[in-house]
Design a protein around this ligand. Structure first.
Ligand code: SDX
Length: 427
């Protein structure tokens, strides 16, 4: 394979080095393009543009492969628990017992939130979308943890990391409790990370909390499946904001806002709303398939398609199987599961979808499990954020430790050429 790429423009030839990744992905290094050729590249949505070299997550969209630090997502989802995977993503290795115990305890030490934060949460109307509340609370945390901002040493980064891993589940749970008019409580730090999250979300003041282990296992698996996904929209946002050294919490707050969008993490909420709409409309999946293909119709098949996966999203396969298991274990019947399966079957046989390689993505079935676990639909994307938190942290840490430059893309200007100012009276 050649070590350089040649660009010919205006009768001149330019050579650029080629970077080859672990799995033989090839990138043309254009760092010197503008300096040597006076040219820039243009790539709206960065469909062909790599922003960084990263050792955290590998995706093969054609083969439907997803690995965290080299470990297959199928293995991690089956054999690991969420905090183990969080440690793996952030620090690069599966933790030893001692490392996991220290990590867990350091997080527990930080699993309280300043009482004043309740006043900020109080200021939101109950109708506020949890993702907007969570983005705001995450940013507000900075005021109570100023030492988490200027973190250039690994030690200071570690302190900020365990702080947010401890406090984020509290903020997420409080966001739900506020909507349910329940007192803002703490869980029980003798419980595991995921069970404690579930307890904080659902414990009732006048009832003994108990939960089916199947629920915690399902939640743990879903969080693992959402934990990282290389340079997706929200992770790229975290990297971009982090590149200005705005601090970890500010970067995460921006990432939460990016994830909220229905084209990204907000799709899990949009999928259930779409399935409910189809059910209310009589369950005619074929009618909605036609709408999804009609360019004049704004309707899209939410939970379908992906920028990278042009084959099955491996997470969707695991979640689909888990949906059957969890609903069976909990004895939950959900008619929209059959509608989802009907849509998937029809889409996989439909030329429009087959030609465009549109398959179910991580968001297509996840909401069905969240709903079976009693999680309200407006909290689905918060669950995605809880899962993605360690991935965002890992990517932010990698970017800062590599001392990457501030992100500042170029543009091609297509506006007015220079023109003289006209006084108001003469316009
Ligand atoms: C996530 O990047 C990540 O890794 C994200 C994520 C992660 O873990 O971080 O995996 C999580 O965000 C998953 C995606 C969730 N979003 C949705 O389910 C929303 C529905 N999907 C689409 O909006 C779309 O597929 C995107 C946004 C996911 C991808 O958009 P692209 O890559 O920009 O592709 P595109 O919009 O240019 O579509 C290509 C073609 C178009 O048709 P043509 O112009 O070629 O005729 O496919 C069509 C699109 O109209 N198309 C769809 C469709 N998705 C794409 N048509 C109908 N329904 C859809 N869902």
């Amino acid at each position: 394979m050649s070590k350089t790429a040649t660009l010919e423009f205006d009768g001149k030839k330019y050579e650029f080095p080629v970077t080859v990744g672990t799995e033989n992905e090839i990138g043309i290094d254009i760092k010197k393009l503008r300096g040597e050729a006076g040219l820039i590249t243009l790539d709206p949505g960065y469909k062909n543009t790599g922003s960084c070299e990263s050792a955290i997550t590998f995706l093969d969209g054609e083969k439907g492969i997803l690995r965290y630090r080299g470990y297959a997502i199928e293995d991690l989802a089956e054999k690991a628990d969420f905090l183990e995977v969080a440690y793996l993503l952030i620090f690069g290795e599966l933790p030893t017992k001692e490392q996991l115990s220290k990590f867990t305890n350091d997080i527990k030490e930080q699993s309280h939130v300043d009482e004043e934060m309740k006043k900020i949460l109080d200021g939101f109307p109950k109708s506020a979308h949890p993702m907007g509340v969570l983005a705001s609370l995450t940013s507000a945390l900075i005021a109570f943890n100023p030492s988490s901002v200027d973190v250039s040493s690994e030690e200071d980064m570690y302190k900020a990391i365990v702080k947010i891993l401890g406090k984020f589940p509290v903020l997420a749970a409080w966001t739900l409790r506020k909507k349910n008019s329940l007192p803002l409580n703490y869980g029980d730090e003798d419980l595991g990370y995921v069970e404690n999250l579930h307890k904080m979300m659902f414990e009732k003041p006048n009832k003994t909390y108990k939960v089916d282990k199947a629920v915690i296992d399902a939640l743990d698996k879903l969080l693992i499946l959402h934990a990282d996904h290389e340079q997706n929209c929200s992770t790229s946002t975290v990297r971009m904001v982090g590149s200005s050294h705005a601090g970890l919490f500010a970067s995460l707050s921006a990432g939460i806002s990016a994830l909220w969008g229905p084209l990204h993490g907000g799709a899990n909420q949009a999928v259930i709303e779409m399935l409910e709409r189809i059910k209310e409309d009589g369950g005619d999946t074929h009618k909605f398939m036609q709408k999804a293909k009609d360019k004049e119709d704004p309707f899209r098949l939410m939970g379908f398609g992906h920028r990278v996966y042009k084959n099955f999203d491996p997470r969707a396969k695991i979640i689909k199987k888990s949906a059957d298991e969890v609903l069976g274990q909990l004895g939950v019947e959900d008619p929209v599961l059959d509608i989802a399966k009907g849509l998937e079957k029809e889409a996989l046989e439909d030329d429009y979808f087959v030609k465009r390689k549109l398959y179910p993505n991580v968001d297509f079935y996840s909401g069905i499990i969240y709903r079976a676990l009693g999680i309200p639909v407006e909290m689905f994307t918060v669950m995605f954020a809880l899962g993605r938190l360690p991935g965002w942290i890992a990517q932010w840490r990698e970017m800062r430790l590599k001392k990457e430059p501030i992100g500042r893309p170029r543009q091609i200007y297509v506006g007015e050429s220079h023109r003289e100012f006209k006084p108001l009276g003469s316009r």
